[in-house]
Ligand binder design. Structure first.
Ligand code: ARG
Length: 488
């Protein structure tokens, strides 16, 4: 097998004027140099080399089986593709920008290796169904990777929640202290967000699991191809039923980025909470030095860089989503070159999300929970005011009235510079006789407030145990619908 001559570009059309391109036959002038660089997707779509080779190998086998190419030709092509695969793996593949994209690079290399018979690989195929296939294979692979990472992340949240089970923090609404909650309950809220994210990616797998190969440029092919065979070989459950849809569809790419955007929104919210909690004003947690940086000017500072970057990169993923929605919104059927713009936003999203989802669990497990500060904060707030109102309501006082009474108690505390717990029995009972009862004062303790929230999905320790059980069940389950697709 010869490796061919790199300078000799005449293998496609063999015409003198523009023999470097497969369409050279029709063209009389070379591509403008800057246009060539502008049009090339190779700098980014070389990342699809593996998918492209897999697709080509199966296409070749299908052509052989269907008798469209001979067994000898097929064997040669397979041999050539395998040699190219080795080059790609070893990093020695000679990428050539003048060959525009990964598909033409591989075809050119194949012809360099095995001669003109390599040109038979493109029988009954267009780059339009080829690139669509590569994108499907890539997205399917990345869905599985992201789903796995999300599951590890969720497992870390469960682990941390179990570790800090007895810690009570103020729960907030409007970023105002509202009612005490278990820290674990707060953390587990993110478990369920990630569960929905994981399920969304799982759902998407089904829609990505459609094979476009065999759709040709747009209208199918006159060759007696066997799409079912190719789908089976490539591990696709379904085929596109419409060739025009097949080569135009990038819904699965947009959906991937959309699910990623929602995931990033969750991670950004978590980041924001941890940033607030790590501020000196809150001091509920301290980040490990591994995930923070200092200031070059202010020696006292510890900046939550990782979390800030997660928050910042959320904007970047949203940008990728809007970019793709915008690229596609005006495109008539079928393939348009605009669609080449689908790759960078997808790749960038995959890289951003995977990196963050990989680092986040390590960051979480290295957090220091400052229990003393949290306890102190709880003692100073009014987050058990609802308890007092609930107590009165339990004694038959209409809740609205009880709310007003406790409101007056709080007002009194504010005027006196006291907390609810610091009020004497006399002070309390002056607002309502029922507040003299010791049970009323017990209700003012944050732990009692938490323990009373026994409703399903509430913050009581018992409800948390059930929640953790449910969470572990979810962790044990695959997010994929297809029986064969295990997310272990
Ligand atoms: N590089 C192209 C892309 O990524 C491949 C498909 C090109 N098809 C075409 N008809 N020009 O979209």
């Amino acid at each position: 097998m010869s490796s061919g001559n790199e300078q000799d570009h005449s293998f496609f059309a063999g015409k003198e004027k523009d023999s470097t391109k497969p369409w050279g036959g029709r063209f009389q002038k070379r591509l403008h140099a800057e246009m060539e660089a502008f049009a090339a997707s190779l700098p980014f779509d070389r990342r699809l080399a593996e998918e492209d080779l897999t697709g080509s190998l199966v296409h070749c086998r299908m052509l052989m089986r269907a008798g469209i190419i001979s067994a000898e030709e097929g064997a040669l092509i397979e041999e050539g593709l395998e040699a190219i695969q080795r080059e790609v793996e070893e990093g020695t593949f000679p990428f050539d920008l003048s060959m525009e994209d990964i598909h033409m690079n591989i075809e050119k290399r194949l012809i360099e290796y095995i001669g003109p018979v390599g040109g038979k690989l493109h029988t009954a195929r267009s780059r339009n169904d080829q690139v669509a296939l590569d994108m499907h294979l890539f997205v399917k692979k990345e869905i599985i990777a992201v789903e796995r990472l999300l599951r590890s992340f969720q497992a870390e949240i469960v682990k941390l929640s179990e570790k800090v089970q007895e810690v009570i923090i103020p729960g907030y609404t409007h970023l105002q202290r509202a009612q005490p909650v278990l820290l674990s309950h707060h953390l587990m809220a993110y478990f369920w967000m990630l569960q929905r994210d994981r399920e969304r990616f799982g759902d998407l797998y089904q829609r990505a699991d459609l094979m476009p190969l065999g759709s040709g440029a747009l209208s199918g092919t006159s060759f007696p191809i066997d799409r079912e065979f190719a789908a089976q070989e490539l591990g696709f459950e379904h085929l596109y039923e419409n060739s025009m849809d097949a080569v135009s569809d990038r819904d699965f790419v947009i959906e991937f980025i959309s699910h990623a955007a929602l995931l990033m929104m969750h991670l950004s919210r978590l980041s924001e909470e941890l940033i607030i909690w790590s501020s000196q004003e809150f001091s509920f947690i301290e980040l490990s030095d591994e995930f923070a940086t200092g200031s070059s000017m202010m020696p006292q500072k510890k900046n939550p860089d990782f979390l800030e970057l997660v928050r910042g990169k959320t904007g970047r993923v949203y940008g990728n989503l809007v970019a793709l929605l915008t690229v596609f919104k005006g495109l008539p059927l079928t393939y348009n070159k605009d669609m080449q713009e689908d790759k960078e936003p997808l790749f960038d999203t995959v890289d951003t999300v995977k990196t963050i989802v990989k680092i986040f669990p390590a960051m979480l497990s290295s957090l220091e929970i400052k229990r003393d500060n949290i306890e102190q904060a709880l003692d100073q707030d009014f987050s058990t005011a609802t308890e007092l109102a609930d107590y009165l309501a339990g004694q038959g006082v209409p809740f609205r009235e009880a709310h007003g009474i406790v409101g007056a108690v709080v007002r009194y505390c504010l005027d006196q510079g006291k907390t609810l717990q610091q009020l004497t029995v006399e002070e309390l009972s002056s607002f309502h006789p029922h507040l003299r009862e010791p049970q009323a004062q017990d209700r003012l303790k944050p732990r009692a407030a938490v323990e009373a929230r026994t409703s399903r999905g509430g913050t009581s320790p018992g409800a948390l145990v059930k929640q953790l059980q449910q969470a572990k069940l979810c962790l044990g389950k695959s997010a994929f619908h297809q029986a064969g697709k295990k997310s272990d």
